[in-house]
Design a protein around this ligand. Structure first.
Ligand code: NAD
Length: 517
């Protein structure tokens, strides 16, 4: 446990700026929206930048979890009865607080999970954007009216708050994923308990403090609560029938466990799981655009985005050129401390993650693939650093079926677009996809019914960096969930169909006659 004096000055300042007192020996990892507590096991938080210990967090015990869920239940009764635009006003104020603290929170994200500052701040911007979106949404929770088949009857549907919900998040988006869920859920009238990744509890504490200060100013507590813990708390949430919805983001392994547990109790889940995203580059593509997008998409966040580009399908005619360009660019990527302005790639989240990448490299070579650039650890920078890597493989090697959560890009050559699309779809995951082409016929084939089978399909844009306005999520083993924009909000509400009879008769639907006399 770092004592007050042990924390490097630079790191202490980042914690302080984000509202976390660095002189504290430990932080509480649970809140009911008002008080902070945590009597569970201590969690030592380190930075992936250099392994320095940052803080100790006391996780939520079983009793703490009960206290938190009870608070969400109590708060739900008042929150669901608060007019939605008033709920939106609290979310607006939260968005303002995020704006004021964007830089501080962005740097905390960098310190805790290792993405570069630009991307850390970008993640906070995403939270601000979804807050703005939610404010507008709070006046647009529209229901439809329908035409009744019965005389003097009126039918319509209305959307009601669902209840307290559970939100489980992954390490790689420690702020934005919770915001996608929490801001929308809040305007929909739900209260919530958040279980963040055990790798990023400090960001969740800082975010929860901000949110709850704002909510308390608006006269509410217990709307946004927190229970830091490991997967056991996640399992408790999945099995907790007081939470009618569980939104879970993370690996497919986690999704199978959570999805099954929630379904067993007839709950609803939003599953946002692993991706294995592909880009097709056709002979007509603007290779400058493709190269820039692929570099950002494959190397950004050190390859640790669910939407990271993992497979590049390059047409034979341009395969050498695009590969050579990428190799040249990869070899110039500034790798190092993500807090430094010039760095474009920081560390992976852990040494295990680097080990997994090295395992993947061995599999590639065993399966007949070839490393074109990278593939080495960078111990001089620290245990969690490695080179961004490009490997050439054929479409049918088993390793391309897996999501290796690291900056590892497979190049696969193709001759025929339909074949490339077929190979592209031939993996268990279905999150994001893209084509680079200047030929409208090729673009439309990729978007058409025989095209990409993913939740996201882009033309002349990479697979990552989605805007919040669209519904975000993927098919197949990516889980089928949709979050953020469009009409994703409907999942956070209960749809009620209402029929009102304002006649003095009792006609039955389908014309059924059930008269006793
Ligand atoms: P992870 O599955 O290890 O953990 C994610 C969260 O689930 C953590 O909070 C963890 O404690 C919890 N958890 C793990 N096992 C659980 C279980 N059995 N029951 C309940 N909770 C459990 O994932 P990670 O390493 O933190 O994140 C990386 C993964 O997340 C990648 O696969 C990535 O693609 C995916 N991801 C997907 C999206 C998306 O929107 N599709 C977004 C971000 C990350």
């Amino acid at each position: 446990m770092p004592g007050a004096g042990d924390l490097p000055e630079r790191y202490a300042r980042i914690l302080e700026d984000a509202g976390l007192d660095p002189s504290k020996d430990a932080f509480h990892g649970a809140t009911d929206g008002e008080a902070w507590f945590g009597s569970g096991e201590p969690l030592e938080v380190t930075t992936p930048i250099d392994g320095a210990p940052l803080a100790t967090v006391h996780q939520a015990s079983k009793e703490d979890y009960e206290r938190v869920v009870k608070a969400t239940q109590d708060a739900f009764r008042a929150w669901r009865d608060t007019p939605a635009p008033e709920r939106g006003d609290a979310v607006r104020a939260f968005g303002e607080a995020l704006r004021e603290n964007k830089r501080a929170l962005g740097r905390l994200i960098t310190l805790e999970m290792g993405k570069i500052v630009e991307e850390g701040e970008g993640e906070v911007q995403e939270a601000i954007d979804i807050a703005d979106f939610s404010v507008g949404l709070s006046r647009q929770l529209y229901g439809k009216t329908m035409q009744s088949e019965r005389h003097h009857h009126r039918m319509y549907e209305q959307w009601k708050p669902l209840g307290p919900i559970g939100i489980i998040t992954a390490f790689n988006l420690p702020c934005a994923v919770w915001a996608w869920n929490s801001c929308i859920a809040a305007v929909c009238g739900d209260t919530m308990v958040w279980k963040p990744s055990e790798a990023t509890p400090l960001t969740s504490i800082a975010m929860s403090k901000l949110a709850n200060d704002v909510l308390q100013d608006h006269g509410h507590h217990g709307v946004m609560t927190l229970a830091v813990g490991d997967e056991r708390i996640g399992q408790t949430i999945a099995n907790d029938s007081r939470l009618p919805l569980v939104s879970a983001t993370g690996s497919t392994r986690m999704g199978y466990a959570v999805g099954e547990a929630v379904a067993q109790r007839m709950g609803r889940s939003i599953l946002e799981l692993g991706g294995n995203n592909g880009v097709i580059v056709t002979p007509s593509a603007d290779l400058d655009l493709a190269e820039r997008a692929i570099t950002f998409g494959a190397v950004g966040t050190a390859g640790q985005r669910c939407t990271t580009i993992r497979r590049l399908f390059a047409h034979e005619d341009i395969a050498d050129e695009i590969t050579d360009r990428l190799i040249a660019t990869y070899e110039q990527v500034p790798i190092g401390n993500p807090l430094e302005e010039d760095t474009l790639m920081g560390p992976l989240i852990s040494q295990d993650a680097v080990d997994e990448m090295m395992d993947a490299k061995r599999h590639i070579e065993k399966q007949g693939g070839r490393i074109l650039t990278g593939g080495e650890r960078l111990p001089e920078l620290g245990a969690n650093y490695c080179q961004p890597t490009i490997a050439e493989v054929t479409h049918d090697v088993p390793i391309v079926q897996d999501e290796t959560f690291a900056p590892l890009l497979y190049v696969i050559r193709y001759e025929d677009l339909d074949e490339a699309i077929k190979w592209h779809n031939d993996v268990p995951q279905g999150l994001s996809s893209a084509i680079f082409t200047q030929n409208v016929l090729e673009a439309e084939r990729f978007l058409g019914p025989n095209g990409s089978d993913c939740g996201i399909a882009n033309v002349n844009i990479g697979t990552s960096g989605a805007e919040i306005g669209g519904a975000f999520g993927g098919e197949k083993e990516t889980g089928g969930g949709r979050e953020a924009g469009s009409d994703s909000w409907k999942q956070y509400m209960r749809r009620q169909t209402v029929t009102i009879n304002y006649s003095d008769k009792m006609p039955l639907a389908q014309g059924i006659d059930f008269s006793v006399d």
